[in-house]
Design a protein around this ligand. Structure first.
Ligand code: ATP
Ligand code: MG
Length: 416
């Protein structure tokens, strides 16, 4: 038996209602705020992610499915949506559109990760981007829209963490300051933290070692080193969230795995998720469009994991599909009757009814049983080229009428 590749899964019919609900809520919430849907290709030039996500990130270093397209070009299955959306923004000259350009997507993404609950190799994200708005209102609006989507889906136990990264220059100077602080306290640090002081001093904030934690409590925080304009922007975002009654924690240690962020950074987690607790997050990327060859244009966006939203949301009972009519024949071998049955089903659908044709050649008895299973309201049993029995499955009454009159009779809702 050939199975689906490790870390992938089938979206089965039973999974559709919950997914459709998410799509409907996203469309409604984001659409009402003026966001239009965009879909980009499943693969892109590898260069896009190397430049857009950052060579040094885990995504680019370890998680990309890259392949040669046969013509010597390296392509990559998209691991995230922001770089492709920005590529499309530049490619289609969207800077000529009235600013800001507000886009959302619901697509699948690919990362070579160790599969676990809530972590897959092909997964879905719903995401939103605002390109061409620099003010804190865009940041706060996006956060509020994601919160509303999570609330609408019933995601439980959510927490919002917020930080500001300032600009890359500030970050560089801060890293140097933090490294120096860590070197000064080197003998109080856990060995693995000590060995990574130069490579990634920020990681020291994640350590569980008591000695390291004590040192980190007194460490300088990036948030305290922001340039005045960046600090002011951050204060603006917080003021809007405060006024909207959104609860959040400032987390100076928040780091997300993408290099392109500037200023605001945020992440929603859910206590309902266990180890893979990140539901969605995002941030501002004011340098990204320029880095990808466009004009300097500010941007901000988020992405949320569809599987994680569904894992953290209450299980939805699948609503039964409505079936108005099942059309079958009295005599399996009657070609003319089968042709009439075929036509009745088509006519019924054109009239807006949910109508199914019996396709397996079942006996009449078993077709009626099937209609019960489907909870069909009516069954039409075509006798010959001219007549059909129309059976009301709720009351069991049955009437003979002309084949061509079946649909009209159902539409009249006639008491048979
Ligand atoms: P994590 O820390 O869990 O690896 P991340 O920081 O890599 O998440 P992002 O790149 O910010 O995640 O993607 C946004 C969201 O997409 C995450 O919050 C998560 O809900 C979802 N997500 C990321 N990677 C996966 C995956 N491999 N499988 C399923 N969902 C994922
Ligand atoms: Mg990850």
């Amino acid at each position: 038996m050939i199975q689906a590749p490790k870390g992938t899964y089938d979206v089965l019919p039973a999974d559709q209602p919950a997914r459709r609900l998410l799509e409907t809520h996203a469309q409604r919430i984001l659409g009402a705020a003026g966001y239009s849907r965009i879909e980009t290709p499943a693969f892109e030039a590898t260069e896009l992610f190397a430049r857009g996500v950052g060579e040094a990130t885990d995504i680019v270093q370890k998680e990309m499915y890259s392949f040669d397209d046969g013509g010597g070009r390296s392509l990559t299955l998209r691991p995230e949506g922001t770089a492709p959306v920005c590529r499309a923004y530049i490619e289609h000259g969207m800077h000529k559109l009235p600013a800001p350009v507000k886009l959302w997507y619901l697509s699948s993404f690919f990362r070579a990760e160790n599969p676990q609950r809530g972590r897959y190799r092909q997964f879905w994200q719903v995401g939103a981007e605002v390109i061409g708005a620099a003010g804190p209102e865009a940041d706060a609006e996006l956060i509020v829209l994601l919160l509303e989507l999570l609330e609408e889906m019933g995601v439980s136990g959510t927490r919002l963490r917020l930080a500001s990264l300032g600009q890359p220059e500030t970050r560089g100077a801060y890293r140097a300051e933090l490294s120096e602080y860590l070197r000064a306290h080197a003998d109080e640090l856990a060995p693995e933290v000590r060995s990574r002081i130069e490579l990634n001093p920020m990681r020291a904030f994640d350590s569980n070692d008591p000695g390291t934690r004590a040192v980190m409590a007194g460490a300088p925080k990036l948030i305290e080193r922001l340039a005045p304009e960046d600090a002011e922007h951050f204060a603006g975002v917080r003021a809007l969230l405060d006024a909207a009654g959104v609860r959040y924690e400032i987390d100076p240690t928040l780091v997300r795995g993408l290099d392109y962020y500037t200023r605001t950074l945020f992440e929603f987690t859910s206590d309902a998720l266990g180890a893979q607790s990140g539901v969605g997050g995002g941030g501002r990327y004011d340098r990204l469009i320029e880095q990808l060859g466009g004009q300097a244009t500010p941007g901000i966006g988020w992405a949320a994991g569809v599987e994680r939203i569904l894992l953290a949301a209450p299980v939805m009972p699948a609503a039964a599909e409505l079936v108005d009519l099942l059309v079958t024949v009295a005599e399996r071998d009657s070609r003319p009757a089968r042709a009439v049955a075929f036509e009745i089903a088509r006519e019924a659908r054109r009239a807006g009814l949910a109508a199914q044709l019996e396709l397996t050649g079942r006996s009449l008895k078993s077709a009626l049983k099937h209609a019960d299973r489907l909870k069909a309201r009516y069954v039409a049993i075509v006798n010959d080229a001219d007549t059909a029995q129309l059976r009301d499955m709720t009351g069991g009454q049955q009437h003979e009428l002309a084949g061509g009159a079946v649909v009209a009779a159902i539409l009249r809702g006639s008491r048979l």
